[in-house]
Design a protein around this ligand. Structure first.
Ligand code: AP5
Length: 213
């Protein structure tokens, strides 16, 4: 199964991606997570990406496409994968089409998760993440059992640098300008399915499972 999770920042792509990954035993490939790891390790790629990410702008297409071409060829992708945060521009979507056809692969579905803008701002400013295992929490909607400590690996949770309100507003603008046109792009392929991202995390996941099965 090859799946794209599409939607504005904070609609729950990462949260649902982790659940889908566990249920169907395929990896969730988050371009944001890969880039944050490169930044943390101060690699050449990470140094190039950092300033874009800090302001909420998109990292240039050629960097992202090169990174993804390598990633989808890794062994764990043999039975499929979930793309979380990629593609984000028409150029990336066209590059993905080419990558898939070159490797004899087919895209199964694009899930467009929809959440109103004011809710997104509350979700992102209240988000906390585990820097060790990547688990995602929310101070109000999905708190860890012990204050600010990851349930899975007991690491102290952190707030992402780009989760401040001003950067979140810029990320939303970038989404509207550069990524929202992909809705029409994938509507034309008849693979786009709209998912209501409001409500309980497990109810949304149950809906996604129905769609995928
Ligand atoms: P990236 O990491 O991809 O960020 P994003 O798309 O902005 O998405 P988020 O991770 O912020 O949100 P999400 O939808 O995964 O929501 P989550 O599940 O965490 O990208 C970061 C940066 O990297 C970009 O700005 C760009 O610079 C660069 N980049 C990445 N990919 C790129 C690409 N392809 N091209 C160019 N540049 C790229 O949920 C959010 C919060 O809400 C959490 O706290 C969660 O617990 C909570 N929550 C989830 N579901 C619910 C619910 N149903 N009810 C209540 N709360 C909920």
């Amino acid at each position: 199964m090859i799946l794209i999770l599409l939607g504005a920042p904070g609609v729950g792509k990462g949260t649902q991606g982790q659940l889908i990954s566990k249920e169907f035993s395929i990896p969730q490939i988050s371009t944001g997570d890969i880039l944050r790891k490169e930044v943390k390790e101060e690699t050449e790629l990470g140094k190039k990406a950092k300033s874009y990410m800090d302001s909420g702008a998109l990292v240039p297409d050629d960097i992202i496409v090169g990174m993804m071409e390598k990633r989808i060829k890794e062994d764990d992708c043999k039975n499929g994968f979930i793309l979380d945060g990629f593609p984000r521009t028409t150029a990336q979507a066209e590059a993905l089409d080419e990558m898939l056809s070159k490797n004899g692969l087919n895209l199964d579905s694009v899930l467009l998760i929809d959440v109103p803008e004011e809710e997104i701002i509350e979700r992102l400013t209240g988000r906390r993440v585990c820097p060790n295992c990547g688990a995602v929490y929310h101070v109000k909607y999905n708190p860890p059992k012990n204050d600010n400590i990851c349930d899975k690996c007991s690491t102290q949770l952190i707030q992402r640098d780009d989760d401040t309100e001003s950067v979140v507003r810029n990320r939303l603008k970038v989404y509207q300008d550069s990524t929202a046109p992909l809705i029409e792009y994938y509507e034309k392929t008849n693979k786009l399915v709209k998912i209501d991202g409001m409500g309980d995390i497990n109810d949304i996941f149950a809906n996604i499972k129905e769609v995928l099965k």
